[in-house]
Design a binder for this molecule. Structure first.
Ligand code: ADP
Ligand code: MG
Length: 223
């Protein structure tokens, strides 16, 4: 379970101070499929990055499985992220210098998988996502939808329980976006916890729960 307690995030510069999150408290249970919605600039990306341990918070706590991760230092936070969180980003999810196969392989290498076992897991995931024929291609040589599938395959094999996505359908046409959401459903059915930022109400319909934020605060929740 992920719990946010009175989370505040203020971005400070020489000439500005922006409160991106203002006293956000929420709970996300394991296995839930949650959509985070709200206007541009409302704090969605900040919220997702904070949940994923990619950004620090100014005040408050983030507790994952009873453990406060908000005060973890760099190395411990890296370990926590590697074991628990998988990001499916819009454009920059993949390592550009690695092939599709090698990208999917990364989390398995980190967990010391080797040889035939590793290869089988990768091929099974590529098969499920219909990207087996792209194994030797580089991200630049495949479409946006195929890049997303690669990122999902990587999330699938990673063993991570939490899958986070920031506007994953933003750059995709309607049909490809629907395919992507079907894959999120597949991950959800496999017991993963999904947290997806979107401003597309059709996409949010896939989620079990919608959290709407406005001006850095939770405005309302819908089932
Ligand atoms: P959303 O994803 O909903 O569009 P963001 O979380 O990106 O919103 O941004 C929330 C607010 O925080 C906005 O006012 C934005 O300008 C500001 N903000 C986001 N990231 C930074 C940053 N790195 N430095 C300064 N201000 C930022
Ligand atoms: Mg954003």
């Amino acid at each position: 379970m992920i719990e946010l307690e009175h989370v505040k995030k203020i971005y400070k510069g020489d000439s500005y101070e922006t409160t991106a999150l203002d006293d956000v408290s929420l709970k996300i249970n394991d296995g839930e499929f949650v959509a985070i919605m709200g206007k541009s600039g409302s704090g969605k990306t900040t919220l997702l990055n904070i949940i994923g341990g990619m950004d620090s918070l100014t005040e408050g706590k983030i507790i994952v499985d009873g453990k406060d991760i908000s005060r973890l230092n760099g190395y411990k936070l890296d370990i926590f992220r590697k074991d628990n969180i998988s990001f499916v980003f819009q454009n920059y999810a993949l390592m550009q210098q690695y092939t599709v196969y090698e990208n999917i392989e990364l989390p398995l290498n980190a967990r010391n998988y080797k040889g035939k076992d590793k290869k089988k897991i990768i091929y099974d995931a590529m098969e499920k996502l219909g990207i087996k024929q792209l194994a030797e291609k580089f991200p630049k040589q495949i479409s946006g939808g195929e890049q997303q599938r690669t990122a999902i395959a990587r999330a699938m094999v990673s063993g991570c329980r939490y899958i986070l996505a920031d506007e994953p359908t933003g750059a995709l046409d309607g049909a490809t976006a629907k395919e992507l959401m079907d894959m999120f459903n597949l991950l959800h059915e496999n017991g993963k916890t999904l947290i997806v930022v979107t401003h597309d109400t059709a996409i949010a319909e896939y989620a079990e729960r919608k959290i709407i934020i406005a001006d850095g605060k939770i405005e309302k929740e819908e089932q």
